[in-house]
Design a protein around this ligand. Structure first.
Ligand code: AMP
Length: 368
C-alpha cells in the first residue's frame, strides 16, 4: 500500500502487465500505419510514459506532437475541458493517432476530436492504454485499447492523483474507504465519555454510548427505558438481548458513518460476538479496542465526585459503584482477552490531564 497526499492506494497492475498492454497496442498500430507516416498526438500529461514506450515500438516513419487539455480535478472528471496547449505544427491532411493514457467519461476525447475536425486531418484514430467502459458516456469508437479496467480511480505510469504518483512503474488503485470502528474500553469512570466526545470530532466518527442511550430512554420513559431502569439503578448490566437490539438500531440509524466509537459496548462476550457479526454484515470490523486503565480506588473517588452533580442514581452511593466494578470484573474485563486474541487490544494509561490522555489515545488510533 502507498500513500499519495491524503489518500491510500493499493497495487492493481504490475509494470509487466502494463508493458503487455502497451505491446499489444504497438503491434496493431504498426500493422495499420506502417506506410502512412502518422503523427502521434500525445495527450499531456498522463500519456507521456505510454507514448514513450509505444512510439519506441513503432519502427516505421512517424512524427510526434503534443496537446494538453485539462479536465480532472482531484478524483473527479470536471466535464469542463479547456485547451492548455495546442498541437504543432498543423495537423491538416495528416493521419493522426491520438495517444491517451486513460479514457473514462470520454470528455477529453470528445474535445480532442473536435480540435482534429477543425484542423481538417486526413484521418484520426484513438489509442488509449486504459479504458473504463462503465464510465464512458460517449459513442466515439476507441480504435486501440491496451486494457479495459473497472470504474475505479488509478495512478501510476504517468497517471496522477493531484500531481503525485506519475513516476510509479506499477498501477495503483484508490483504496476503498475503510470504516474506523473503535471499541473504547475501560471500567466505569475511566473517562470514556469525555475522550469519546473529543475523538469523534477528530476522526469524524459517530459516538454511541450505550449508557447515554439507556439514560435517554429512561428520561423519556420509553419501553426500553422502563425495561432497563431497574438494572441500571442497581448498577447491574442490562440483559444482552435488550442491549444488543438497541445497539444494532443505533448503528443502523447511521448508514453513512465513516465509523463508530462504541463507548460502553460491548460489555459481555455475547455483545462482543454480536458486534463482530453486525460489522461483518456491513463488510467491516472492529479496528481496535482501546482501553483506558485507571486504578479502582481513583475511579471510586471520581464517580462519587461525579455523583454530586450527575444526577445519576448509580453514581450516588459506594455500594452501587462497587457493584458496577464487580460487574466489570466478572463480565467485561474478559473482553481484553477477546480482543487480544485478535491482536486488537491496546491499553492506554487513563490517569493525567484530558489533553494528555487524548494524545495517548490518538497515538494508538493513528496506527490502526
Ligand atoms: P455507563 O454510562 O456506560 O457507565 O453505563 C451505565 C449503565 O448502563 C450500566 O451500569 C448498565 O446498567 C447500563 N449499560 C450501559 N451499557 C451497557 C451494556 N453494553 N450492556 C449492559 N448494560 C449496559
Amino acid at each position: 500500500m502507498i500513500t499519495l497526499g491524503d489518500k491510500q492506494f493499493e497495487k492493481y497492475l504490475s509494470a509487466t502487465d502494463v508493458q503487455h498492454a502497451v505491446n499489444g497496442v504497438a503491434v496493431r498500430i504498426g500493422d495499420d500505419f506502417k506506410d502512412k507516416n502518422p503523427v502521434f498526438l500525445v495527450v499531456l500529461n498522463g500519456a507521456f510514459f505510454f507514448a514513450a514506450d509505444l512510439i519506441k515500438r513503432f519502427t516505421y516513419p512517424c512524427e510526434l506532437s503534443f496537446i494538453k487539455v485539462a479536465s480532472y480535478e482531484g478524483l473527479h472528471s470536471s466535464g469542463d475541458i479547456s485547451t492548455v496547449m495546442g498541437a504543432e505544427p498543423s495537423l491538416k491532411g495528416r493521419h493522426v493517432i491520438v495517444v491517451e493514457d486513460i479514457v473514462d467519461s470520454g470528455n477529453t476525447i470528445e474535445a480532442i476530436i473536435e480540435i482534429l475536425n477543425q484542423e481538417q486531418v486526413a484521418s484520426y484514430a484513438i489509442a488509449s492504454l486504459f479504458y473504463k467502459p462503465e464510465a464512458y458516456l460517449k459513442s466515439f469508437p476507441l480504435d486501440y485499447v491496451g486494457m479495459e479496467i473497472e470504474d475505479r480511480f488509478i495512478v501510476g505510469y504517468g497517471l496522477d492523483y493531484n500531481g503525485l504518483g506519475r513516476n510509479l512503474k506499477d498501477i495503483y488503485i484508490l483504496k476503498a474507504q475503510q470504516m474506523t470502528n473503535l471499541v473504547l474500553f475501560g471500567p466505569p469512570g475511566a473517562g470514556k465519555g469525555t475522550q469519546a466526545a473529543l475523538i469523534k470530532d477528530r476522526y469524524e466518527l459517530v459516538h454511541i454510548s450505550t449508557g447515554d442511550v439507556f439514560r435517554y430512554n429512561m428520561k423519556n420513559n420509553t419501553e426500553l427505558g422502563q425495561a432497563a431502569k431497574a438494572y441500571m439503578d442497581r448498577g447491574d448490566l442490562v440483559p444482552d438481548s435488550l442491549t444488543i437490539d438497541m445497539l444494532r438500531a443505533e448503528v443502523e440509524k447511521n448508514p453513512q458513518a465513516k465509523g463508530f466509537i462504541f463507548d460502553g459496548f460491548p460489555r459481555t462476550e455475547a455483545q462482543a460476538a454480536a458486534l463482530d457479526e453486525l460489522l461483518e454484515s456491513m463488510n467491516s470490523s472492529v479496528s481496535g479496542c482501546v482501553a483506558l486503565e485507571v486504578d479502582t480506588e481513583i475511579l471510586v473517588e471520581r464517580l462519587l465526585e461525579r455523583g454530586k452533580t450527575s444526577g445519576r442514581a448509580d453514581d450516588q452511593d459506594e455500594s452501587k459503584i462497587r457493584n458496577r466494578f464487580d460487574e466489570y470484573n466478572e463480565k467485561t474485563a474478559v473482553l481484553k482477552d477477546y480482543y487480544r486474541k485478535q491482536d486488537k487490544f491496546h491499553a492506554v494509561d487513563g490517569v493525567g490531564s484530558i489533553d494528555e490522555i487524548t494524545a495517548r489515545l490518538t497515538a494508538v488510533i493513528d496506527q490502526l
